[in-house]
Design a protein around this ligand. Structure first.
Ligand code: DQA
Length: 149
């Protein structure tokens, strides 16, 4: 089974640990990545991690990601809600993707309920903090396992 999963974080996710703990908890991004790496290994997935605050860089990573990954977990931060460029780049990647949000975007401001990538993704996991990444990895795992049958 193909098992490489790229975990892509977008704008402001590098400031985890300094953001409102009510929505984002207290883990820093490196701490979150340690946990996500552990979840991935438990599922026999090979994780890789990327974060940028630059939209064009995020797009370029999506252009290249199929060279080194078989599936994606994607948390583009605020870009989720309006970046058609990232939506188009996700389509270019051609990879199965799961949209992840640490906070409960459905229960916050109206503008956070909009996602321009949602219909390209296998599923959206939101409001579950770091545990949401485990769930998203399980969904990616099950999709890759099904594709290998
Ligand atoms: C976020 C939710 C977005 O609305 C917000 O702009 C972020 C993080 C999340 O993980 O909950 O930066 O994607």
């Amino acid at each position: 089974m193909r098992n490489r999963v790229a975990i892509l974080h977008g704008v402001n996710l590098d400031t985890l640990g300094r953001r409102d703990p009510v929505h984002y908890g207290s883990l820093t991004l490196p701490e979150l990545e340690v946990q996500v790496r552990r979840f991935a290994r438990e599922l026999r997935l090979e994780p890789s991690f990327f974060q940028t605050n630059h939209e064009g860089e995020f797009c370029e990573e999506l252009h290249a990601v199929a060279d080194y990954a078989d599936a994606l977990l994607l948390n583009p931060g605020a870009w989720t809600h309006y970046s058609w460029a990232i939506r188009d780049a996700l389509e270019v990647s051609g990879l199965p993707a799961v949209e992840v949000h640490i906070s409960a975007v459905e229960d916050r401001e109206d503008w956070r309920r909009v996602s321009v990538i949602r219909d390209l993704c296998l599923a959206t996991v939101q409001g579950k903090g770091v545990e949401g990444y485990r769930e998203a990895l399980e969904l990616a795992h099950d999709h890759l396992a099904e594709a290998a049958r």
